[in-house]
Design a protein around this ligand. Structure first.
Ligand SMILES: [Ca+2]
Ligand SMILES: [Ca+2]
Length: 240
């Protein structure tokens, strides 16, 4: 008797399924994630190319990397926004590889939730002199206000950082991974699928940046004992 009932129901389930999924559109209608990137592997140039807008200071392509113009150790902030492609959401991730060691790579990192013109945004930055990573808010003049920080450890030439920012208010979720290898694109599972060095679920309060669909790179020309030009050799970012 039980088998007879199942046989009767099966055609009904099939018919219901066809009606529910009718129209051929994607289930749930979720937008596809967008990924952008730049390896800077092109000729030396003051211009970063058509995809970039330099909002503060002056970055350049030199030696297949992006770095500040001018002498090392000038204590100046430089940042650029990838305007070649807007992302679809403000839940964003970024990875890059740095080509500088120790205290030459201070206060440099990824920018999140930037606007179609310059606006205050989140920065997740390495402080090579401390071995620390900071999440904070950067204004248009480059001033940085820290929200959280942690200490993944020493920073070496060629190291990578990966970071993501999701949610707003008390649901804000931020994570960071650093190390000698490319952590890979964020796969949009919890924690991007990375083994995180730092993770915060902190309400940023007055320092919140709640929207913005552009991402970018910040490089600080740090004065330190090594005084070499800090640079980023490759960069990728995307959204959820
Ligand atoms: Ca430039
Ligand atoms: Ca490169």
């Amino acid at each position: 008797m039980r088998r007879f009932v199942l046989i009767l129901i099966a055609p009904l389930l099939a018919a219901w399924g066809v009606a529910t999924l009718g129209g051929g559109g994607p289930v749930g209608g979720a937008p596809s994630p967008t990924t952008v990137g730049d390896n800077f592997d092109r000729g030396d140039s003051d211009s970063l190319g058509a995809n970039w807008t330099e909002d503060l200071g002056n970055l350049e392509i030199l030696g297949y990397s992006v770095e500040p113009t001018g002498a090392a150790g000038s204590n100046t902030t430089h940042f650029a926004r990838y305007t070649g492609q807007a992302l679809g959401t403000s839940d964003q991730w970024c990875v890059f590889q740095a080509g500088s060691v120790g205290d030459a790579f201070d206060n440099s990192g990824c920018q999140f939730r930037q606007g179609s013109s310059a606006q205050p945004h989140y920065t997740i930055a390495v402080r090579g002199s401390e071995g620390n990573v900071y999440w904070g808010k950067t204004d248009n003049a480059g001033n940085f206000v820290g929200i959280q920080n942690c200490a993944p450890g020493a920073w070496s030439t060629g190291d990578w950082i990966g970071a993501f920012v999701e949610g707003t208010g008390a649901s804000t979720h931020v994570g960071v991974v650093t190390g000698a290898s490319d952590p890979g694109d964020c796969d949009h599972t919890a924690g991007c699928g990375w083994t995180l060095d730092c993770e915060w679920t902190s309400d940023p309060g007055a320092n919140e940046i709640s929207s913005g669909v552009y991402v970018g790179v910040r490089i600080y020309n740090q004065s330190g004992t090594s005084d070499v030009e800090p640079d980023v050799t490759q960069w990728r970012a995307g959204d959820k």
